[in-house]
Design a binder for this molecule. Sequence first.
Ligand code: HEM
Length: 143
Amino acid sequence: MLNTKKEEPAMNDLCKKEDVRLLVHEFYAAVRKDSILGPIFNDVAQVDWDAHLPIMVTFWESLLLKTDRYRRNALEPHLKLFKEIAFRQEMMDRWLMNFDATMDSHFQGETAEKAKDWARGIAHNLQRQIRKQGGLQIKEPGG
Ligand code: HEM
């Protein structure tokens, strides 16, 4: 008997720079359209996307492809942002939801899973630092 079941083409894992570039660009395309995150990135932080996207490619390449080229302070822009607006859990939940969805629609494998775990771990650390900093917030003179 003929096997009529169509084989789905297996999805690849992330293994090269173009993969990371695709992930990052697709992820931030989703973030920009997200009803919660879009206004934060576009209107509050007024992100210069031409500058931000290459930084994010370097960041994820560093972790996933072990290039070790990211040498910046990832915490700082978040602390700055969450002095301007209050941090809400749903913001981070949305970030992670978009990240997982982007990953799952393009890649599958060990590195893809590791990336989602890393994102959660980093999100957890960022939240901890944001809350800690928020608790110690000092008002700017005249602010
Ligand atoms: C509530 C969730 C988050 C929000 C609203 C947020 C927002 C931002 C903003 C506004 C910037 C500055 C962009 C610019 O002006 O260039 C930034 C930078 C960055 N974010 Fe996030 N972020 C979130 C979560 C995360 C998570 C979970 C990660 C990592 C897994 C992450 C990694 C980074 C990195 C690496 C940078 C670049 C820092 C630098 O080198 O300048 N963010 N983020």
